[in-house]
Design a protein around this ligand. Sequence first.
Ligand SMILES: CCCCC/C=C/CC(=O)SCCNC(=O)CCNC(=O)[C@H](O)C(C)(C)COP(=O)(O)OP(=O)(O)OC[C@H]1O[C@@H](n2cnc3c(N)ncnc32)[C@H](O)[C@@H]1OP(=O)(O)O
Length: 408
Amino acid sequence: MPPQNSAHGPPFRVAMAGVVGRLIRCWCRRAVGGSLKVPALQLHVSKTAMGASQKDFENAMNQVKLLKEDPGNEVKLKLYALYKQATEGPCNTPKPGVFDLINKAKWEAWNALGSLPKETARQNYVDLVSGLSSSSDSSSQGKPEAERKQAGYETVVMTSEEGITKIMLNRPAKKNALTEQMYQEIILALEAASKDDSAITVLTGNGDYYSSGNDLTNFTNIPPEGVEAKAKNSAILLRNFVGSFIDFPKPLVAVVNGPAVGISVTVLGLFDLVYATDRATFHTPFSHLGQTPEGCSSYTFPKIMGPAKAAEMLIFGKKLTAGEACAQGLVTEVFPDSSFQKEVWTRLKAYSKLPQNAMRISKQIIRSQEKEKLHAINAKESSILQERWLSSECMNAIMNFFSQKAKL
Ligand SMILES: CCCCC/C=C/CC(=O)SCCNC(=O)CCNC(=O)[C@H](O)C(C)(C)COP(=O)(O)OP(=O)(O)OC[C@H]1O[C@@H](n2cnc3c(N)ncnc32)[C@H](O)[C@@H]1OP(=O)(O)O
């Protein structure tokens, strides 16, 4: 029975979360046939309890790689078993020999899941990872909100204060060039921000640059499977990255603290507000790099600034000043560099006090009109780039950058 003081207030919600958490833990224990103990994790009760999507599952797999603390062998076995069950179904391989201790333990964990349906295994995997992440985050609880720097990220800094979640790109020595790890961490940070209690989410950069775009070393790190596999995986990552911006459900603001290049410019067409310092420039040198537009810019830029101005940027690589970008509608407002941070954050703090649900719903009405179209454009741009990355034009441009022959 709910406490007398409130039918739906915090004490009741806490109590209910405890009950639901216990039920899920109990259900998990039954699902593995009781032969593997599920550690006493505080399972995070989220939207995923209604059925994890493939995207939730992929995000959880990425999140596992970013765990700060080793979860221990028992949990790792459980993750392994749920992963195999979710992707391949019931255990279908012969039992390893008695001296093959590690593979035998893995086989037994998988086999113990019996005929657990793939969807349930996927859900259990997502819940388990969510529990692991929130238990590793719990060390930050009790600190003042402003200091609550969220754990689990290495290339971005995520903080929440006064209704605003800030995701700050944090490789200033490399002009915040986006590594593969950084794309993944931004996807996860946006996913977390979409579910937290903040009203507004901000993306910004640390140091003198907002971002110099894709880290060109991403293309030099070729796996044993070869360049085609590299291009394919990069296209998947790109598509997921841009997809996170398309689907982001609440107001998203870019605080452009300095020059922006490549993909950090193109995705601006998917933000709700773009505030720039007068030191910022906006540069999409795709043809110079043997590449083509991404971030849905082949659609958003002509729509925002008209086809002629969009072509000048996307085909001919014209670099815009902040004032020009504002005149063309890509930037909402430009501020003098000396007062940029003060003016922008004062403005955003005032906006964050507006009714949250109204802002969120308004954003969703606007986005829903072309969400499907944006996803289709994202898919097309990513697949064209997958081919471009294998072209000699693109490979030469990247080699030029590293041999210092060409600077933009
Ligand atoms: C999953 C894959 C998805 C792919 C999506 C595709 C996206 C397309 C794009 O984003 S295209 C844009 C790519 N970006 C660039 O081409 C920028 C390249 N960088 C530069 O031209 C210059 O560095 C600069 C103009 C941004 C800044 O010049 P400056 O002289 O001021 O500074 P440095 O060149 O000395 O830079 C400092 C160090 O940072 C390294 N660095 C900067 N940008 C990148 C980058 N994009 N990739 C890799 N490394 C970068 C630079 O090499 C210096 O490193 P060092 O100190 O070790 O020498």
